[in-house]
Design a protein around this ligand. Structure first.
Ligand code: AMP
Length: 305
């Protein structure tokens, strides 16, 4: 009898785990805007908080840090996997962008995501999006200057996704430091009722910032790419005794001195306004933002001073 009870308990225990998995953990893959809207309106009727992580897929631990935070802070976590064509000013970059949807969906399911939203371009843009945004000074410098139209495309897709998901909170990585400022400006301008949560950069053990583009680096390039974060970290010590201009030169000259790396820009800016600073006294929140070509792979990173 005792033996039987034990069996019953373990059977119930097993069922309980299964039930829990079924009701709480099973992720749904949603492919259309209509379907996602239906599912989320049901969720919202229950008064649940919806968190949202927009991504372009080829997911790595950087993305997953956002997803895990979103899962822990909300009742429902929606992650979009959508390579947005309107934010690529270089069509070759768009063509070469890594796409690993099947693997992404598996990773999201095990991270506790509730809905993986994997739409087609035609569903996000049934008609061409001709909106032109102006976010003042934040989108005119750095990425905005070197990738004309990039942030306009980002604002187009994020606003479109916000309209569909209507999240309570949305999670963005500080790796794309300027993007967060642009998104905040967009939220203010378009009047979205969403909390923007900025998450710290996740790095490889040797310091290289995780990026979907790292997959395109050859073994040789991978060894060079680590010099970017290494130099940024060193520049922190350098900055203690040197001016902003000299710190910029230190970073740019060090990296350009390495064959195979080419700095596109290195700017030290006020972390709130994104405007370049000339002296350390101008702000208590100085951030250095860099873009470096490693062969034809464009890598970005940043560091707080
Ligand atoms: P992406 O798929 O490149 O558009 O990135 C989706 C989101 O993940 C953006 O908010 C990125 O800033 C964020 N992200 C990408 N790489 C990292 C990283 N290494 N650490 C933290 N967040 C990241």
């Amino acid at each position: 009898m005792k033996k039987f009870n034990h069996l019953k308990a373990s059977v119930f225990g097993f069922n309980f785990v299964l039930l829990q998995r079924f009701f709480k953990k099973v992720m749904e893959v949603v492919k259309t805007v209509t379907e996602l809207r239906e599912k989320l309106s049901a969720v919202r009727k229950d008064g649940k908080k919806v968190g949202f992580v927009p991504t372009m897929g080829a997911l790595h631990n950087g993305h997953l840090s956002l997803v895990k935070r979103c899962v822990s802070e909300n009742d429902v976590c929606v992650v979009s996997v959508f390579v947005n064509p309107t934010q690529f000013n270089d069509k070759n970059d768009l063509l070469k962008y890594p796409r690993t949807v099947d693997a992404d969906v598996k990773v999201l399911a095990s991270a506790g995501c509730s809905f993986a939203f994997v739409p087609e371009v035609e569903d996000i843009y049934p008609e061409e999006d001709t909106r032109v945004f102006d976010f003042g000074k934040v989108d005119k410098v750095m990425e905005g200057k070197y990738r004309p139209g990039h942030f306009n495309g980002v604002a187009q897709v994020v606003s479109r996704l916000f309209d569909i998901v209507e999240p309570d909170r949305a999670y963005f990585g500080e790796k794309d430091f300027q993007q967060i400022a642009v998104i905040r400006a967009m939220v203010a301008q378009l009047g979205y009722n969403v909390e923007i949560v900025a998450c710290p950069i996740v790095r490889e053990a040797d310091g290289l910032a995780l990026s979907s583009r790292n997959a395109r680096l050859s073994d040789e390039q991978r060894k060079l790419a680590v010099k970017i974060s290494e130099t940024l970290f060193k520049s922190r010590t350098f900055a203690d005794q040197n001016s902003v201009a000299d710190t910029i030169s230190f970073v740019t000259d060090t990296l350009n001195g390495i064959s195979g790396l080419q700095v596109e820009y290195y700017e030290i800016v006020d972390g709130n306004t994104l405007q370049p600073i000339r002296s350390w006294n101008e702000t208590s929140y100085a951030v250095g933002c860099i873009t470096v070509y490693c062969g034809d792979v464009r890598l970005i990173d940043n560091i707080k001073y």
